[in-house]
Design a protein around this ligand. Sequence first.
Ligand code: PFF
Length: 465
Amino acid sequence: MSTEIKHETWSSRWIFILAATGSAVGLGNIWRFPYVTGENGGGAFVLVYLLCVLLVGLPVMICEVMLGKHGRASPINAMKNLAIGAKLSEKWGMVGLLGIVAGFLILSFYSVIAGWSLAYTFYFVTGTMETMGPQSAEAFFNKLTESATSMLVWHSIFLVITCYMVGRGLKRGLEMAVKSLMPILFLMLFGLVCYSAVVGNFGDAIVYLFRPNFSALTGESILIALGQAFFSLSLGMGSLMIYGAYLPKQTPIIRTSAMIGIADTLVALSAGLAIFPIVFAYGLEAGQGPGLVFVTLTVAFGAMPFGQILGTLFFVLLSIAAWTSAISLLEPIVAWMLEGGRLTRVKATVIGGAGAWLLGVFSLLSFNIWGDITIFSKNFFEISEFLSTSIMLPLGGLLIVLFSGWRLKSDTALEWLGIEAKEWKLRAKVLILLVKVVAPLGVAAVLVNSSGLDRIGLKIFSLIF
Ligand code: PFF
């Protein structure tokens, strides 16, 4: 396989920050963060989440961007090249392969959920969403997920627009998308938070999000917070590695990664501040799970003044966030196919997109026609989600920090990060501690917990003793 192909470079460091923030900010922040916070008791969960971002998420992100920047290729070839350069086994390329497969799987079901968001945008624009009580909003949501045809249409539209941007290449596609979409997204979110502050019950939302009630916190919720940080920051699967590969040479990695982490966290908190005031003002259930934005907010938008406009705004926001993340899920596999030297970018994008589309069709059918087909009581959608986000992402992240912390020489890694040997003594030490010890232990804990290995282990333990 030739890895000699020269990839394009981001026009500037700021564009990279926008693109990486676009990757990080997605359904994970706006759809998932508020409902997992709701399910896990609010403030204490948010506090643990922030710690997870700082102590585990950021070190993994720094390593991933660093490996991309110095590998200067798709995750598979970047890892392979770096391993060869450090006189290690070429098999480290498998870390990249794992990431590419994970991204592909995530894209397939991510597009199905993003399709719901497109569908809701359409229904709000066309005025289908009139005043609805909780029951009719739920029935409406169920009707969408029960219709294989509707879901197929929205899933296909979402993937086509994703492929369109990726197919146009780095400067004409990815950069253009993030340059125009990210400012719109920030503005819309800001507008929604202001609106919620005026119309909703902002005080209760602040207390709910920021006053920690530690009695609601369980060991399980700590691991959920860590898993959420991982998914939300787009770690462990090569999106940030390939974005790092397009970085201009002089970019400071630590500061840049910190900015992405901060932006992603601010967006997640703002999504909470946009959603919870409305939930509380309308007496809705904060801990109701994945239906929170689709069911609950539909009720709220239906009942409030200018609800149709605001509902449209909200779902456009969610769709944009999902779109810029989906682009980053497709890019690693496209870059890898390009490095094979036989395909044009457009062809590679079509192949990648078509594969994700097909897998996505299996996922969307598991909400209706194939709902009963399960393995270990999980349908296809649940299997894809579980395998990719609960196993592959943490495993990929673990291998990335182990490679950076234990296989690369510390001097080399510090040099790659732009840290001079004499300079920044304390900062370098803290970083080394986080990368070598704290992050691997944290990620390993998530992996063991979310894969169910802990329960299997306990069973074996209790059988033996
Ligand atoms: N970070 C995205 C979100 O919060 O929705 C999801 C995601 C994108 C995960 C890209 C992983 C990834 F590589």
